[in-house]
Design a protein around this ligand. Sequence first.
Ligand SMILES: Nc1ncnc2c1ncn2[C@@H]1O[C@H](COP(=O)(O)OP(=O)(O)OP(=O)(O)O)[C@@H](O)[C@H]1O
Ligand SMILES: [Mg+2]
Length: 227
Amino acid sequence: MSPILSLTDVTLVHGDGEETVTALDKVSLEVSPGELVAIVGPSGSGKSSLLAVAGALTTPTSGTVRLADHDLGTSSPRELARIRRDQIGFVFQSGNLVPALTSYDQVRLPLTFGKVSDPRDPAELLAEVGMDHKAKRRPHELSGGERQRVGIARALVTRPHLLLVDEPTAALDRQRSQDIVGLLAREAHEHDVAAVMVTHDHDVLHHCDRVYEMIDGRLNAVATSTD
Ligand SMILES: Nc1ncnc2c1ncn2[C@@H]1O[C@H](COP(=O)(O)OP(=O)(O)OP(=O)(O)O)[C@@H](O)[C@H]1O
Ligand SMILES: [Mg+2]
């Protein structure tokens, strides 16, 4: 299957003059529909920078980023905004929920930003992530794992081609971490989403189809037990 996300020789240098940091150093990565790819590596090695570039939030210093049929380097700011809205779902460490909204309204929120051609039903999606019984709860009434489930449902409601997930289990205990990453893998596999997850948690890697390690901005494939 042809990849949804293709990074080729992507370099990202922050700062200028003498104070530069090479966050990404000639990174190449392809992610196809239906696979969950994990990125591990030390703090400051460039993992979040990789997600920012893949998610059209940051323009790399050099190299190309392709998302489906789009070359992000030649897309206008307006096109990039549309690509982010229609094709990419983001999940952050804390869930990043809006304090005043119920679970149902959190999931529906991306559908209120403009016309979405083929949205998923927020109620069905909440059921799929096991949160339908808490559809009317607000974030302060939910556990960390429950908030993360709502965040995942929200990221999927527009049927994104690409799901970018930054440390989804950082605040969770062992069992909840397994549940959340298992859920991400299932969503990727069953809905043909290309998913990239950054994690520090080596216990969840068996859910992932491929694992890469980032060290000083360089990305290396890691052999997994199923290889
Ligand atoms: N906007 C920025 N301006 C300058 N330097 C930055 C910027 N964003 C990130 N960096 C630097 O780029 C490097 C990579 O940062 P990044 O956030 O990608 O690391 P990370 O692997 O996600 O780390 P962590 O595991 O702590 O989240 C770090 O040295 C960081 O300080
Ligand atoms: Mg990070």
